[in-house]
Structure formats: C-alpha cells, structure tokens
Design a binder for this molecule. Structure first.
Ligand SMILES: [Zn+2]
Length: 201
C-alpha cells in the first residue's frame, strides 16, 4: 500500500516586506502610537496647523510655491542614475522602500517644506506632517497638484508619485482613524524628500 503525498501550497498575502510589519503594528497598537513613538505631544501642532488648510483651494493654490508642470521633469534612466545616489535611484525610480524607522525625516518635525529629492518640486508643507508611528514620514495632505496617485499592480495599495518627475514617494492610506483633517496618511520614504527649512526662505 502506498500513500500519495499531497503538497499544500500557500500563497503569501503580501509580496512586500514592509506590509506585514506595518499591518501587525496597526493591529497590535491601534491606540498607542503617541505613547510609544512620540517624545512630545503632537495634537496641538495638528490643530493649530489645520487653519490654512481650511482656506479655499483657489487661495491656497494662489502663490505659496511655484510648481513644475506635471511630467515636465522627465529624464531617461541614465540621466537619473547620474544625478541620484544609488539608494535614491532604487527608491525614486525603481519604487523601492527604505527600511522602517531608518529614514532621516521619520521623527523629524522642523518647520518648512519637503521637496522632491529627484526634481526639487515642493510636495508637502511641514504643518501637514504627523507622527503616525509607522516608521516612515507621514503627511495628511500634499500640496495641490503635486502628488499623483495610482493603484499598485496588485491592487492592494495606492502608490503616490511626484507629479512633476514621476519619482516614487510611497503609498497613501485612507480611513485609518488618525486625528488629522483628511483621515489620510501619505506614507513617504525619507529618501524621496529633501527638507527645506522655513528659516532659509
Ligand atoms: Zn519630482
């Protein structure tokens, strides 16, 4: 008598290394981000900074920053390799992800603007940055027209890119319950950004 050995195959739920870490984190600590990760209270900053966001978009768009036209800064792969570091190229042009908790701006909360590290286009104001505890810089809103959104090929997440040069920034998540004006979290690789202090304007 013989037995047939039936091999069971299991399909991984996620192909990305970062996804399970973040999902586990959310399930494990749904209400304790600030106590674990934030050295100082963040709520007052959020509510104070919400004021300009309530202005009509026409006024907001009216002239704080000059933006590059969408797609105006496209370059060839060779050109990008020449001006970006290998790690910048891996993330911005090949849609990589930096390891959580390691990025330059993860716990940074200076006042200013975050530009695209690839083309220099302003993407986020520092007043929209909040401490999500996820391990990457988090913003609740990008500058108007600066960020493009597209579903990942597997349909599981929404990728965000610089509208001007197409550089990969990270992903945007909705409805997670963070106390922000938009209930959205732009989860952005630090290396995709270049902070410019308000003191240098
Ligand atoms: Zn760009």
């Amino acid at each position: 008598m013989s037995f047939n050995i039936v091999r069971s195959t299991s399909t991984p739920l996620y192909s990305s290394k970062s996804k399970p870490i973040f999902s586990t984190l959310l399930r494990s600590h749904p209400t304790s981000f600030s106590t674990i990760f934030s050295p100082k209270p963040i709520a007052p900053t959020l509510f104070i900074s919400a004021t300009p966001i309530l202005q009509p978009k026409r006024l907001f768009r009216g002239g704080i920053v000059a933006m590059a036209a969408p797609g105006s800064l496209n370059k060839s792969e060779e050109e990008w390799r020449a001006i970006l570091s290998p790690e910048q190229f891996r993330i911005l042009r090949q849609k990589g992800t930096e390891f959580p908790g390691t990025g330059e701006y993860d716990k940074f909360f200076g006042e200013g603007v975050y530009n695209c590290a690839g083309c220099g286009t302003p993407l986020y104001k520092s007043i929209t940055k909040f401490n999500s505890g996820c391990g990457w810089p988090a913003f609740y809103e990008g500058l108007p027209g600066a960020i493009n959104r597209n579903p990942d090929p597997d349909g599981m997440r929404i990728e965000i890119t610089c509208a001007a040069c197409g550089g990969h920034l990270g992903h945007v998540f909705k409805g997670e319950g963070f106390p922000t004006p938009t209930n959205e979290r732009h989860c952005v690789n630090s290396i995709s950004l270049k902070f410019v202090s308000a003191n240098t304007y």
